[in-house]
Design a protein around this ligand. Sequence first.
Ligand code: AFP
Length: 332
Amino acid sequence: MANSDTTFAQSVQSGIAAALIPAPLHDAVTRLCSAAASLARLIALGEIAGDHGSEVGTNLGGDGQKALDVIADELFANALRGSAVCHYASEEQDGVICLAEQGSYGIAIDPLDGSSNIGVNISVGTIFALFPVAETPEATFLRQSDQMVGAGYFIYGPQCCLVISFGAGTQKYTLDPTTGQFVLTAARLTIPAQTSEFAINTSNYHQWHRPIRRFIDDLMQGKNGPRGRAFNMRWVASLVAETHRILTRGGVFLYPGDIRPGYEMGRLRLLYECAPIAFLVTQAGGNATDGRDPILAQPATSLHQRTPFVFGSFDKVARVATYYDTDDRPKA
Ligand code: AFP
């Protein structure tokens, strides 16, 4: 299989792609693609490569760490050593890792999101946000989320794709496994405005605050309810898989805060899950909030802070906020 570094570079040089990835980041993006192509091969081997779904520890956030979480974290950190990226903030690391003394960018990354799905062959992904380097490693990341210069995810599924944006729309590249090349397959993704799909873990229904319960109740009443039509539900429990579906055919995703201890601000992390997804979705004409207020307006005050998260087709996300406006309960 050809080395994806050179073939991605060729793809980047080819016209549209080159214009959409800022030149100072070509090398870093190419390194990320090379690491992702290696990870895709490892994931595709499944048990042949070993028991990567086994629990090997817990991260700072108390989430179980699978063997592949740790492998992915090391893979991406090592791939970026010597690039323009010098600060590395990962879901799998307590604090910021300095990859080099000098550099121009920091990366906030969830090296392997959805890892509880590894053992059952469901799509998983890598999510990242890129920030300009600040005066300290922590300051690079503890800032307003909209100060990121780019964001993306890799999805490891039937296809391995890179979905990425640097503020000029959201692009999709698809890995050709025969050549190892990431080929530009969509120069500008646009989230369909009309949708009949929602994604939420309904097993938490009795934990939600009233605005979310009322929003979902209205959807579940279908044609005989206030929405006057039927809706369909999806829940993959893999944020990247949900995002890829919604970017492709529309929909609305909700992971709200709820009354469970530790879930007051939901389950998902602002810095390396919600903010990069919000950037990509917004660049594709969609919307992303904490239920009421824009995610990208949220400042990150700690590396692993959580936030309630609602994203997808613009009007659907805006409609969720109206349920808070008519309700006096806290927004989580
Ligand atoms: P894992 O990485 O532990 O599998 O968690 C995946 C995730 O962070 C996100 O990808 C899913 O949308 C969400 O959690 C699923 O959460 P529930 O298991 O509570 O539905």
